[in-house]
Design a protein around this ligand. Structure first.
Ligand code: AMP
Ligand code: MG
Length: 417
């Protein structure tokens, strides 16, 4: 086991150990947000036949070659092509057919004149200008042709992808299984949110924050509950999580007298890969794997609420995304101008909770307040984590720094223009 690894080394070790999960078939109607595990080739051509792009009249362009405003050409409206166009007959020379958007072009016709340009009179219609062959006709296969590669593995299924699957007649789709994450909180002081407060009691809020982070990352969390600072209790609850893909415990992985998580994990067959990451918040992070077939990855997160959130963000989230077959594993980053001077001693990377603001053409990052690892309220306000590099001792106000953007709403526009 390694100790005191850099953030980059720790990330690389975690990702290297994170397996791609198997695929499962799900109803396409339930597949929003899932990651495709197959290549989808078009089973049919779309549109299946030449069809009208307008409400109007299907014509033979040659019939209108001489049409002009001063000498309109009159064609007999011989029939109507209904939606679906079943039973429509070929168009003979000198004829037009009433047609609607999406209806198939009858044989013989090669253009559609939009209805706004046509003077209908009784059984006929007058045309005041020529039509170009192909005008307002959507050719068969304009969208996709049978056999085309339409979606690639690793695509995230959103509304347009699901619309395409439906258009191709797919009702089921092969996607990556969602990672299952078992979450444990440990500590004698911990209670559930509706438990009795007082006497040094602290709500095990990490379990709830971590479950939310799991869902946001596309994983399925389950709560194992709160383990007492007691090896038997800890072992009993951790065992219940061995079926999961990932086991996340918060607290108890430090070096304190009552920190039993490490020895209990080792008893359960966990081989620790590293303990201790050169970062703040979040130094006491442990990572390993239960050495059994399909044994879960194990993250022992620090107990302090901000440390737990930040280490999940930096290490667990990318692992879950890799396991789920996503192509990108990390948050978007932006360079921002720091709003105030920051100082620290060299050695650890600090992740500073910041609020982001666009001022003029510039992006500014301003720390959200008390950066203690127990202060959740400054994390509540944070839209990003600013990277204060390990070896630096000062970042001056006005300096540029990299920010991991946590809040997807940051990219949402405030105005509709
Ligand atoms: P520990 O790692 O056990 O020394 O815990 C560090 C700090 O985090 C202590 O103040 C704990 O009370 C707190 N803490 C531990 N576990 C949790 C949890 N699940 N939710 C919220 N706070 C916690
Ligand atoms: Mg504790």
């Amino acid at each position: 086991m390694r100790t005191g690894v850099s953030v980059a080394e720790a990330r690389a070790l975690v990702l290297e150990a994170s397996p791609l999960l198997e695929a499962e078939r799900v109803p396409a109607a339930d597949a929003l947000g899932r990651v495709l595990a197959e290549a989808v080739h078009a089973s049919r051509t779309l549109p299946p036949a030449d069809c009208s792009a307008m409400d109007g009249y299907a014509v033979r362009a040659a019939d209108l070659a001489e049409a002009s405003a001063s000498a309109p050409v009159r064609l007999a409206v011989a029939f109507e092509v209904p939606a679906g166009g079943r039973g429509s007959r070929p168009l003979a020379p000198g004829e037009a057919a009433r047609i609607f958007t999406g209806a198939p072009i009858p044989a013989g016709a090669d253009a559609v004149v939009m209805q706004e340009d046509v003077l209908a009179d009784g059984q006929g219609a007058r045309f005041r200008r020529p039509a170009r062959a192909g005008e307002h006709v959507r050719p068969a296969g304009e969208d996709v042709r049978a056999g085309d590669l339409v979606l690639t593995p690793g695509s995230v299924l959103g509304p347009s992808q699901l619309g395409m699957l439906a258009a191709l007649g797919r009702t089921a789709v092969l996607v990556r299984r969602r990672p299952r994450v078992a979450i444990l909180s440990g500590g004698d002081e911990l209670i559930e949110p509706d438990g009795p407060v007082g006497e040094g009691r602290i709500v095990a809020s990490n379990s709830y924050a971590i479950a939310a982070q799991c869902r946001e990352a596309g994983a399925e969390p389950s709560l194992l509950g709160i383990a007492r600072d007691d090896p038997q209790d800890l072992e009993r609850l951790l065992r219940a999580g061995l079926h999961a893909d990932v086991l996340v415990s918060s607290a108890g992985v430090s070096v304190g007298e009552h920190d039993y998580v490490r020895p209990v994990l080792e008893k359960l067959g966990c081989r620790l890969v590293f303990w201790g990451v050169l970062m703040k918040p979040g130094y006491p992070l442990a990572f390993g794997r239960i050495e059994a077939e399909r044994g879960p990855l194990v993250f022992g997160l620090p107990g302090n609420p901000v440390s737990a959130l930040v280490t999940f963000e930096l290490f667990v989230r990318p692992a879950l995304r890799k396991m789920a077959g996503r192509r990108s594993w990390f948050r978007p980053t932006l360079d921002a101008t720091l709003g105030e001077t920051l100082r620290k001693s060299p050695g650890r990377t600090h992740f500073v909770r910041v609020e982001l603001a666009r001022e003029g053409g510039e992006l500014r990052a301003v720390p959200t307040g008390n950066q203690s690892s127990g202060v959740l309220s400054s994390m509540v306000l944070a839209q990003g984590l600013l990277v204060f590099p390990a070896e630096a001792a000062e970042l001056a106000a006005g300096a540029r720094a990299r920010v991991h953007v946590l809040d997807p709403e940051f990219f949402a526009a405030e105005r509709a223009d």
